[in-house]
Design a protein around this ligand. Structure first.
Ligand SMILES: NC(=O)c1ccc[n+]([C@@H]2O[C@H](COP(=O)([O-])OP(=O)(O)OC[C@H]3O[C@@H](n4cnc5c(N)ncnc54)[C@H](OP(=O)(O)O)[C@@H]3O)[C@@H](O)[C@H]2O)c1
Length: 260
């Protein structure tokens, strides 16, 4: 089974990135289905495709990639009308094959372990893609598709993948949130976000090269309680951030206490 002609449901961050990558690698993009006409048409134009708001797919489609928010996934899968030979794969890390309705017999999961944003091209070279299917042929075809982009394929069942998705949320989304809060505090100090950039850069680079456990510095790991008290006082402008500072500080202290 070879995927030559691919359609998408969802023209958001993942749908757009995958669509651009596959189009660049010579795949034919059959149809883009999305709710918002402007976004769907824009994506369709970039890959010589067409747009529809109806999830009815032509006989020419070999594979439908469903990249919609997780809370819409079941509803969208149920609404799909496609020929019986068409494979349908979703891109959600925390869900498996159980979300597919019985009528979609050829199914799979194609989860790219990366953060995607609109208008920001991402290299697929060595990008981990976690694949699952109960059908060996479908699995092999999804693997071949991912490998054609230079991605690194991993076989994964839901139990492992959802735990990895949790790890991804912690390292990516939580880090971003910390950066957002740190930026706000820097602005309060009268400096711009830019002054933090060498620190952010070295933090990530050190965590990658020597590992995050060995990289920790700061008042919590040094038991500088006088500094921690000062910071909590300074945070009187934001009870929410004060709570977050306090919880993360406690977590750092207990991690290094346990390690001895
Ligand atoms: N973003 C990431 O970094 C990332 C990474 C790996 C996996 N994922 C997974 O990929 C999936 C999509 O995430 P995303 O970040 O790309 O979401 P997103 O940017 O919010 O895009 C979702 C897209 O789904 C469309 N949509 C919503 N309801 C629909 C429906 N009923 N029919 C057709 N299209 C519909 C939206 O349409 P409109 O354009 O009209 O709003 C939008 O284009 C999720 O399962 C997520 O867990 C995300």
């Amino acid at each position: 089974m070879e995927f030559k002609s691919i359609s998408f449901t969802g023209a958001g961050r993942v749908g757009s990135a995958l669509c651009a990558e596959l189009f660049k690698n010579g795949f034919h993009i059959d149809l883009i289905v999305s709710e918002t006409e402007s976004r769907g048409k824009l994506l369709a134009e970039t890959c010589n495709s067409s747009w529809s708001d109806r999830p009815v797919f032509p006989v020419s489609t070999d594979l439908i990639i469903v990249a919609v928010p997780d809370h819409r996934l079941t509803g969208v899968l149920n609404s799909i009308k496609c020929p019986s030979h068409t494979v349908v794969a979703h891109t959600a890390g925390s869900f498996g094959l159980e979300v597919f309705p019985d009528k979609l017999k050829k199914s799979g999961v194609f989860y790219p372990l990366q953060t995607f944003s609109q208008g920001r091209p991402v290299s697929f070279k060595n990008l981990p893609v976690l694949i699952e299917s109960s059908d060996d042929q479908i699995y092999a075809s999804l693997k071949k598709l991912a490998e054609s982009t230079g991605a690194e394929v991993y076989h994964s069942e839901k139990e492992h993948r959802q735990m990895l998705h949790l790890a991804a949320v912690i390292v990516c989304n939580f880090t971003n949130h910390m950066l957002t809060e740190g930026k706000k505090v820097a602005l309060k100090s009268g400096f711009s976000y830019d002054i933090l950039k060498p620190l952010i850069s070295e933090t990530i680079s050190k965590a990658l090269s020597v590992g995050p456990e060995k990289s920790q510095t700061g008042p919590a790991v040094r038991n500088d309680n006088n500094t921690i008290e000062k910071h909590l006082d300074l945070l009187s402008f934001s009870p929410e951030l004060k709570r977050l500072y306090s919880e993360v500080t406690k977590s750092i202290i207990s991690y290094y206490k346990e390690k001895g």
